[in-house]
Design a protein around this ligand. Structure first.
Ligand code: ADP
Ligand code: MG
Length: 349
């Protein structure tokens, strides 16, 4: 496929512009002109642009499929603990199933290894299968090659007809919720990268949030009948919420001080606190929208799962997915001072 006419060859694009221009447009063009990727058994119900693609089978279930990869030096530091990597490689993929309200079924694993190091492989596979067993998600294939340390998992889950949680679907005036607490993974990363210094005790408290994220599968299943839209927080709460808002053609008002943070993050200076909570990636919590009438049921779900669910704002009219940040008195925060919070992680920035 050639580059779209409007883009000068050799120009540099953001991660999401790149996907949109070269892959989403190509896939849409192919669906219009080529033999449609459909047979009497399976249809593409949802293509590029959500946490998972959805394949409609002729049964009562839809298949949810997603791919996420981890690269040494990009997603994890050289020398990272192999058992934690095994966990994280699968956890980030399970998180995309959670965001769609899908139940895990199976996954494939593509692995590039600099050397066939049996100690590393033993530890990696231990972390991988511990989490796979916890979620009854089966390894069904993959590929292995020598090369710079990289792991890529494609995961498959299932969700009932019309039950998938999409990014599109939020309604005007819906509440915006977030699970667990946000920002600890970014606090740990910043400390390891020496962007800021935190105590050894604080680092010990937040490191597991960075290395061993918990995919919110049970929450996704519980939200099937409650949420109007959902996304998982991989690149930063505000940036990921923006993807949801863009897909739903809405904006949002968010109370910054309402963002749920751990006691460890609450002890950090204000600037670090909000940067980590609002813009820090790697939390793998779910951000979702729901009608105000669902509040009581969502509170019950939170109690059942022993997982805090916090209402952080509501959706508004906006054609540009605008997010307005307010203080606890409802006053708008200075947009210049909060502009950096609205930028989420982009691999090509
Ligand atoms: P997530 O963070 O939920 O894994 P991403 O932000 O990585 O999602 O990707 C956004 C969307 O773009 C997803 O629907 C994903 O499947 C799609 N996507 C990303 N890279 C590619 C690619 N190289 N080809 C086709 N689709 C892609
Ligand atoms: Mg996602």
């Amino acid at each position: 496929m050639t580059a779209p006419a409007k883009l000068p060859l050799g120009s540099s694009l953001s991660e999401f512009a790149l996907i949109e221009s070269y892959f989403k447009q190509g896939a849409l063009a192919m669906a219009q002109t080529a033999r449609v990727a459909t047979n009497e058994l399976t249809t593409i119900a949802l293509g590029i642009g959500d946490d998972c693609a959805l394949l409609q089978t002729n049964g009562s279930e839809i298949l949810a499929i997603s791919t996420d990869m981890l690269l040494e030096g990009r997603h994890f530091l050289p020398g990272a603990n192999a058992q934690w990597l095994g966990h994280k490689a699968l956890a980030v993929n399970l998180s995309d199933l959670a965001a769609m309200g899908a139940k895990p079924l199976a996954f494939t694993l593509a692995l590039a290894l600099p050397a066939s190091d049996t100690v590393w492989l033993n530890n990696f596979s231990t972390g991988l299968f511990q989490l796979a067993t916890q979620f009854n998600c089966h390894l069904i294939g993959g590929d292995t090659t020598s090369g710079p340390l990289t792991m890529s998992i494609t995961i498959i889950g299932s969700v009932g007809n019309h039950q998938a949680l999409r990014r599109a679907g939020a309604k005007l005036g819906d509440d915006i919720w977030v699970s667990g607490c946000v920002g600890d993974a970014r606090l740990a990363l910043g400390a390891l990268r020496k962007e800021w210094s935190i105590s050894d005790l604080a680092l010990a408290e937040v490191l597991p949030r960075m290395h061993l994220p918990t995919p919110r599968i049970d929450l996704g299943l519980g939200l099937r009948s409650l949420a109007s839209a959902a996304i998982d927080i991989s690149d930063g709460l505000l940036g990921d919420l923006r993807h949801l808002l863009r897909a739903s053609h809405l904006g949002a008002v968010l109370e910054l001080a309402a963002l749920p943070i751990s006691a460890t993050l609450a002890n950090q200076p204000e600037i670090i606190r909000w940067q980590c909570a609002a813009a820090g990636g790697d939390d793998y919590e779910l951000c979702f929208t729901a009608a105000a009438e669902k509040r009581d049921q969502i509170t019950v779900l939170s109690q059942t799962l022993s997982l805090p669910l916090t209402r952080i704002g509501y959706t508004t009219i906006s054609t540009e997915a605008k997010i307005e940040l307010i203080d606890s008195q409802g006053q708008a925060l200075d947009a210049n001072k909060t502009a950096n919070l609205l930028r989420s992680f982009d691999h090509f920035d």
